[in-house]
Design a protein around this ligand. Structure first.
Ligand code: ADP
Length: 595
């Protein structure tokens, strides 16, 4: 991305604040004019005082000159302070607003993306977050650089240069000839520091990531007595940081010195030339003009000193803006939806010859044929990685298969309005999905706007009510403080509140204790009536209770039918059930119970 594209991309975000931009620009111009007042006043003062020297002047005359000068300078300073305050304030306001809009629009965009976007390696959570964070901060810094830092300085420099040229073309030319040299040195400095600065940023990220890892795994580190090894890993990083800092400082000091020298050479040249012109009594060149030009020259040079930092920032913005605007503009990632919204959903899914490959190239399903009967419990059985969760992902339209068809009640899934479809599906996953908030808020997620009574009812159905009531703040307790098993029941309560005709349970009891599992089993039993239920479970009792079983191996359906029947036939289903029974040590348990 080049700088023109960068500004073209930022423009829509700045446009709503046109008025702020206008005010900032007017203030900038006014502020830049104020910057030149000192030089003008000094010029007049020197000439006025010079005119008095050697004449028979009265002290009253001198006092009058000094009073005028003091009031102009003080008045200018007050005005200047006000203008600079207003300019900074409005400029900053704009930066804050733009930054808010950038963040919000990218969040809204990301929420519309299809699941495949999130599961590709390139968009792992941390990376998307970094791309957004860095994009927002570097873009808003660009806005700040332009409107708050750069524009006022350059306007002031340009104005000072014009004043120099108007007063005397030759002095103006000398000043102008120094600018490219100064500019060149600054650019060289920025280029030398560029790579190092970037290196430094990655070190900083690594450092904070390192500290995070230590805190996260402190119990493992301590239990293995690996404190020294961990400290050693950090030491290497610290050394690299130190080396980088020293290098950067050394180069910065060198270039700063060089710039200071060039600036001084420029000032000397301006003094020599103006003094010469004064001495030969060149028209318009009075003694006051020496000071006048020196001060203006300082204003001309000032912004270039800042250029190095701004050059760096713009370079960053060019890099980060690309990733950021890629997200904002990737319309092909937006989830597709159809428009079909039937009055009711029966819940009969039909998969025919379904092949599915994840975005990273992992083929998870091969020619899957499957019928999910409405109002029945279907269990998906298979070893880890067999493709069970993938099937649920496809039925919820999180992904689209590359080959084959999936229909619901005879209509292709793609034709369904996605929001409508998901409103009719309840999904409980093996991982807890508790949000930051109270228990009440977490259950309400299943049906925003439900009454407290409905929430209580749902909590009772998922056998979590009594435990909630024994908490100090009951339903107002933070949900994240609950145990894993309790959180899972909150997730199930949420589904009860949503009350959908189709329910997918992906190892819903994986993190529950035996008693809770039994209670959940009972409540699932209660809710299954007239609903389509798909359950993925390693829990033998839940599998055996289902009315239909699909046994998968490596992405293919190997057996299906009535659980008892296919058990008798032998095969993968029998193998899994037998292994589960053995792992439970059922014979010994039976003996113990019968004692
Ligand atoms: P199961 O639910 O039977 O344990 P999954 O459906 O989760 O199996 O996984 C099937 C295959 O797809 C596995 O090889 C797994 O590694 C792969 N897989 C699952 N999710 C993803 C994903 N988001 N991206 C890439 N591959 C995936």
């Amino acid at each position: 991305m080049n700088i023109i594209q960068l500004f073209r991309n930022i423009r829509p975000f700045v446009r709503p604040y046109r008025l702020l931009v206008l005010v900032t620009l007017i203030l900038t111009l006014a502020g830049s004019m104020m910057q030149q007042v000192n030089a003008i006043v000094l010029d007049r003062t020197v000439d006025a005082i010079n005119a008095l020297i050697g004449t028979d002047f009265s002290w009253g005359q001198a006092a009058r000159i000094l009073i005028i000068i003091s009031s102009v300078l003080l008045g200018k300073e007050i005005l200047s302070a006000l203008i600079s305050f207003a300019q900074n304030y409005f400029g900053e306001r704009m930066r804050i607003f733009v930054s808010r809009d950038l963040s919000q629009s990218v969040i809204e965009k990301v929420l519309t993306f299809r699941m495949a976007y999130f599961s590709s390696d390139e968009n792992a959570t941390g990376r998307v977050q970094a791309r957004i964070d860095q994009g927002v901060s570097s873009l808003s810094r660009t806005v700040q650089n332009f409107f708050i830092d750069l524009l006022p300085l350059f306007t002031s420099a340009l104005l000072a240069l014009i004043l120099m040229f108007v007063a005397n073309v030759y002095v103006g030319l000398v000043a102008l000839s120094i600018v490219p040299l100064y500019f060149l040195i600054t650019i060289r400095q920025a280029k030398r520091l560029k790579g190092w600065r970037r290196e430094m940023r990655s070190y900083r990220e690594a450092k904070s990531q390192g500290i995070k890892n230590i805190v996260d795994s402190i119990n493992v580190i301590k239990s293995f007595n690996r404190e020294q090894i961990e400290a050693g890993k950090q030491l290497d990083l610290q050394n690299r940081v130190t080396e980088n800092q020293i290098k950067t400082r050394r180069v910065s000091f060198y270039f700063d010195g060089l710039k200071s020298f060039v600036k001084q050479v420029g000032t000397v040249l301006v003094i020599i030339l103006t003094a010469y012109l004064v001495l030969i009594q060149y028209p318009g060149m009075t003694i006051g003009k020496i000071m006048y030009h020196v001060m203006l020259f300082t204003n001309v040079i000032a912004p270039i000193t800042q250029l190095q930092r701004i050059f760096d920032d713009v370079n960053d913005a060019l890099i980060y803006a690309e990733g950021f605007f890629d997200i904002l503009k990737s319309d092909d990632e937006v989830e597709q939806t159809g428009s079909y919204r039937p009055e009711t959903i029966r819940g009969e899914f039909e998969l025919k010859g379904v092949d599915f490959t994840y975005p990273n190239g992992n083929q998870a399903l091969f020619g899957v044929d499957m019928t999910i009967h409405p109002g029945k419990i279907t269990a998906l059985v298979g070893l880890s990685g067999a493709g069970k969760s993938t099937i649920v992902n496809l039925l919820d339209k999180f992904y689209t298969p590359q080959k084959g068809t999936i229909t619901l009640d005879g209509v292709e899934l793609a034709e369904y309005d996605t929001r409508y479809l998901r409103d009719h599906i309840g999904l409980v996953l093996q991982k807890n999905h508790i949000f930051d908030g109270t228990i009440e808020e977490n259950i309400l997620y299943g049906k925003p706007g439900a009454t407290h009574e409905e929430v209580v009812e749902a909590a009772k159905k998922s056998f979590i009510y009594d435990q909630i009531m024994s908490l100090p703040k009951q339903f107002d307790n933070k949900a994240s403080d609950l145990s894993g098993g309790q959180q899972q029941r909150i997730a199930i309560a949420r589904m009860f509140l949503k009350n959908p005709p189709i329910i997918f349970l992906d190892e819903p009891t994986a993190s529950l204790d035996a008693v809770a599992t039994e209670q959940i089993k009972n409540s699932i039993e209660a809710i299954k009536k007239d609903r389509t239920v798909i359950i993925i479970s390693h829990n033998i009792s839940q599998i055996i209770d289902s009315e239909m079983v699909y046994a998968l191996r490596s992405g293919r359906v190997e057996q299906y039918g009535d659980p008892d029947e296919i058990y008798r036939k032998g095969g993968i289903y029998k193998d899994i059930i037998d292994a589960s029974a053995r792992s439970l040590n059922i014979e010994k348990i039976a003996k113990t119970i019968n004692q």
